[in-house]
Design a protein around this ligand. Structure first.
Ligand code: SF4
Length: 94
């Protein structure tokens, strides 16, 4: 599953959530953000429509960090940085 906040996209490979005992992503979202990530049928889920999620999301990245350190490395967050490609080309860091 995936959902978008204002500038980032959160992608969760739910197959990796199978057997996860910590559900650290949900705890992290509740602790460091606004709790838009909830546990539903043993898996992370979001409630509300896309506009509401985008408005509530704080783009804190806590779910990804928590999942990679305490869960099953199921979360990837895409956080595009405007001008990064041009910067890499200019300084040869591609
Ligand atoms: S911590 Fe990671 S593996 Fe565990 S439920 Fe959350 S997204 Fe899935």
């Amino acid at each position: 599953m995936e959902f978008s906040e204002r500038t980032i996209k959160v992608i969760i490979d739910e197959a990796k959530c199978e057997g996860c005992e910590t559900h650290a992503c949900v705890d992290a979202c509740r602790t460091y953000s606004r709790g838009i990530l909830v546990l539903k049928d043993g898996r992370p889920a979001v409630e509300g429509d896309a506009e509401e999620i985008a408005r509530k999301g704080t783009e804190c990245l806590a779910c990804e960090f928590a999942c990679w350190t305490k869960g099953n490395s199921a979360i990837t967050i895409e956080a595009p940085v405007e001008g990064l490609d041009a910067y890499r080309k200019k300084y040869g860091t591609e």
